[in-house]
Design a protein around this ligand. Structure first.
Ligand code: S3P
Length: 472
């Protein structure tokens, strides 16, 4: 048994990903690759069904059904909604009675409050933080908890601004962490200042305000992903935005009965990266992807560095999202290095940092991915785990307090590479391994299911030889 360095989480017997890497792609590149629905939009669509103006039945087509989104389903059942469905669509309904969840042991050995629903969001920070916002906006009394890893991640980013707006939220364990009890609704209109760029924090406050029809001004340091803003604006809520400020006037909104979730650009990044690393002929299209500019940093940074990546068939979807195809041709010839020096750009690729670092390890020059201090608070300390993952291939990554220097041009070798039970790091490792000749075992790589069910099938479709194997 190994131990995840940051949180002391035991890494047990989940399966590994075994990749047989090659210098070049075998045969022609796949012309079209389909990836699952967007995780962030899926979370928001599910939570929209809990808002006061939601109709009794909400259907969500194309939702991401990875572990992070699934984590929200029992939580919603515990609050009195039923969620049924399959890969095609989820149907959310107000249920006759809630389905209670079995509480985890109390963190201080105390008792859970009697008669208050206990809501478990497993390891999903988006599920926990956004749900806290919805509960604080609707005035539903509930305890929100998470798994051992999530219990160590910051919740004060969300709790403090909500408390400033009048919500009553108690930390039941460590200060600033889960579990929390939300037991009083936001009521004090005014301005709150967020100290972190987290989209989850801004979304939680906005969802609370919209649910409570409370006018607010949210000051924030950076414009990170804006799915919640687009969604509530599509519902009719009036928002005014400037670079570091979001104003909601307290006016009405109406949640529709149908959502169509576009494909996830963060997931499209893996087959696109595999193709670029192999430098193959022809072009590959990933259709129906969410082309929200606050999510396209991975593609934009590589495009600016010289990669041939384009967007086509652009249209606006029902929840205010741009949707279209990502088209990639050729490889990384002529791309020297990548550079991220702007906080908004970093946030537009925040989940792709491990993958961008892996790609940068194959470039000849020295790359810098900066403004990334928030990465230290993900499922793992991702600056640290990304550096260790690339180093295991023989690459060199120097972590700084707020970013990573990737020294390119070094020969990489296959072998055993840690995935740290962190889906983004494990998938980045498996993708880099596809283009490194020899056999690589990414330990714990099966955790890709957190965000990318079908990762193995999609990468095989692009031409990779990758299998999931029990840990030996
Ligand atoms: C998310 C926001 C980002 C991202 C996460 C999903 C969201 O997290 O990393 O995968 O759905 O709002 P932060 O808000 O913590 O930056």
């Amino acid at each position: 048994m190994s131990v995840n360095s940051r949180f002391g989480r035991p890494v047990t017997d989940s399966a590994d990903l075994v990749v047989h890497g090659r210098d070049a792609m075998p045969g022609a590149a796949a012309r079209e690759v389909v990836v699952p629905g967007d995780k962030s939009v899926s979370h928001r669509a599910l939570l929209a069904a809990l808002l006061p103006t939601a109709p009794p039945v909400v259907t969500i087509a194309g939702a991401n059904l990875g572990g992070a989104v699934r984590a929200l389903l029992p939580a919603m059942r515990a609050l009195g909604w039923s969620v049924e469905g399959d890969r095609t669509a989820l149907v959310v309904r107000r249920a006759d009675r809630p389905v209670a969840q079995t509480p985890r042991p109390h963190p201080t050995g105390g008792r859970w409050p009697d008669g208050v629903p206990y809501v478990q969001t497993e390891g999903s920070s988006a599920a926990a933080r956004l749900l806290i916002g919805v509960l604080a906006g609707t005035g539903v009394d509930a305890v929100v908890d998470g798994d051992d890893v999530l219990r160590h991640r910051p919740m004060d980013w969300v709790v403090e601004p909500l408390v400033a707006l009048g919500a009553v939220i108690d930390h039941l364990g460590e200060p600033g962490r889960l579990p929390v009890r939300v037991r009083g609704k936001v009521w004090r209109s005014g301005s709150v200042e967020l100290l972190v760029g987290s989209a989850q924090a801004r979304s939680a406050v906005l969802l609370a305000a919209v649910a409570a029809r409370l006018p607010v001004v949210i000051k924030h340091p950076v414009r990170s992903r804006d799915h919640t803003e687009r969604m509530v604006a599509a519902f009719g809520a009036r928002l005014t935005e400037s670079a570091h400020e979001l104003r909601y006037d307290g006016g009405g909104d109406e949640v529709p009965g149908f959502f169509d979730v576009p494909a996830d650009p963060s997931l499209a990044a893996y087959p696109v990266a595999a193709r670029l690393l192999w430098s193959c002929e022809g072009e590959t299209t990933v259709p129906g992807v969410c082309l929200n500019p606050t999510r396209l940093g991975f593609f934009e940074v590589l495009r600016e560095a010289g990669a041939d990546i384009r967007y086509t068939d652009e249209r606006t979807g029902a929840t205010g999202e741009r949707v279209g195809s990502i088209v990639v041709r050729g490889g990384l010839n002529g791309v020297e290095s990548v550079r991220v020096v702007d906080a908004a750009v970093l946030h537009s690729l925040i989940d792709e940092v491990p993958l961008l670092a892996a790609v940068a390890a194959r470039l000849p020059g020295r790359s810098w991915i900066g403004c990334a201090e928030e990465l230290r608070f993900k499922e793992t300390d991702r600056l640290d785990t990304t550096a260790r993952m690339v180093t295991a291939f023989g690459g060199r990554v120097e972590p700084a307090a707020d970013g990573l220097t990737v020294v390119g041009g070094l020969p990489l070798r296959a072998g055993t590479v840690p995935g740290f039970e962190d889906h983004r790091v494990a998938m980045a490792a498996a993708t880099l391994a596809m283009a490194v000749p020899g056999t690589t075992r990414v330990t714990g790589g099966a955790c890709h299911r957190t965000s990318f069910p079908g990762f193995v099938e999609v990468q095989r479709h692009v031409g990779a030889s990758v299998t999931e194997e029990a840990r030996c």
